[in-house]
Design a protein around this ligand. Structure first.
Ligand code: NAD
Ligand code: ZN
Length: 355
């Protein structure tokens, strides 16, 4: 079992990562002060069907618990489900000592974390991530829900008590979800660890290679990189923005296709290729990366995307300033920086990228 200690100005907490990490749940709960009156497991229907029994066993009937299962899919990270969870928590008598267990991928982690961060002005929660992508989303304390006007528009910073990352759960992920999460691992490698990037290029030749020790090392390094950045900049006033590498265009693509037909990470992969192609110093990395992503089965850009409307969405990005669009670029591997573009200039570059 590997333990990574997360340190942020507001809280320190452990990430347990490896096969059967779920066995740690009981001792994590036992060490909580005050002891929880009861627990609420929030999960989605796919994950619940696969792993709810396992988590219930890990609680070992030591604590009363309630379960709420919501439908799967990022469109479920909604105000309606947020409100339903709050109502359920009130109806089941959760109080300020209660603890929420977020069992699922980033969708559940963000939603359950936001429920925990706001129920009675904030109660404790534990992340039990079940996707590769969640090596990113379960660490760092960002929680929230989507608004029809945009993703993650409503939320709070709320750090978990612990992250319990049982890697055997990842084996049942559909391939496109593995690709989605792996794109975030590649992002961490490109912005902060060229050795990791080289290791992955060498060893991950098909999506099926994402297992065992290589996957574990990728998750551990990804979490450490995210931790290093979040430790320095918990509330995203500076370098935390580098984690948005690939996300300005990625988010625009996702919302343009209404979150259907392409996963978050697959959209971010296109965003990273675009960002790398913007500078001649990194254009060769874009070419290599594109070949690698193709062999791993990453889908091409969705058809019939409107470039002006992508640009409009990029202008609405939370990080956009006064009509200009902020992009994270790389000077070279491990050297991210922020760059501002006028919308017209970026529209031209995006047109070339799409050709
Ligand atoms: P997700 O939680 O929607 O999971 C993807 C799909 O996989 C779902 O259908 C789910 O039911 C299924 N699934 C989950 N675990 C499974 C398993 N072990 N076996 C089989 N199926 C499984 O998506 P995600 O990719 O994990 O997370 C995406 C979300 O994370 C987005 O909402 C994004 O905004 C958010 N995010 C948040 C942060 C953050 O810092 N808070 C960072 C990155 C992404
Ligand atoms: Zn992301």
């Amino acid at each position: 079992m590997n333990t990574i200690q997360i340190t942020t100005p507001s809280k320190n907490y452990p990430v347990f990562v490896g096969p059967n990490a779920i066995n740690k749940l009981h001792s994590v709960l036992r060490n909580l002060k005050p002891s929880p009156k009861n627990l609420l497991i929030i999960t989605d229907e796919n994950v619940g069907a696969l792993y709810l029994d396992d988590v219930q066993q890990a609680i070992e009937s030591s604590y009363p618990y309630e379960v709420i299962q919501i439908q799967a899919g990022d469109d479920q990270k909604s105000f309606e489900n947020y409100f339903a969870c709050q109502s359920f928590a009130l109806a089941k008598g959760l109080d300020r000592t209660s603890v929420i267990l977020a069992l699922g991928g980033g969708m559940i982690g963000d939603l359950a974390g936001f429920v925990a961060g706001t129920y009675m002005r904030g109660i404790r929660f534990i992340q039990i991530p079940t996707t590769i992508l969640a090596h990113d989303s379960a660490v760092g304390g960002k929680t929230g829900i989507n608004h029809p006007e945009g993703k993650n528009m409503i939320g709070v910073f709320h750090q978990p008590e612990a992250v319990i990352y049982s890697t055997e759960y990842l084996s049942t992920l559909p391939e496109h979800e593995k690709r989605s999460g792996f794109a975030e691992v590649i992002k961490h490698a490109l912005i902060a660890d060229q050795n990791l990037y080289k290791m992955l290029r060498k060893n991950i030749c098909t999506i099926d290679d994402l297992k065992g020790e290589h996957l574990l090392q990728a998750l551990i390094r990804g979490i450490e990189i995210k931790n290093n950045i979040v430790t320095e900049d918990e509330k995203e006033k500076g370098i935390r923005a580098y984690l948005n590498f690939g996300h300005t265009l990625g988010h625009a693509i996702e919302s343009e296709v209404r979150y259907k037909g392409i996963t978050h990470g697959e959209a971010v992969a296109h965003g990273m290729l675009f960002a790398l192609s913007l500078k001649k110093e990194t254009a060769h990395i874009a070419i290599e990366l594109k070949k690698w992503l193709n062999t791993l089965g990453y889908p091409p850009l969705p058809k019939h995307l409107s470039i002006p409307s992508l640009i409009n969405r990029m202008k609405k990005d939370k990080k956009a300033e006064k009509g200009t669009i902020q992009m994270v670029l790389l000077d070279r591997l491990e050297k991210p920086y922020l760059s501002s573009y006028e919308a017209e200039e970026l529209e031209e570059k995006l047109t070339c990228f799409f050709e």
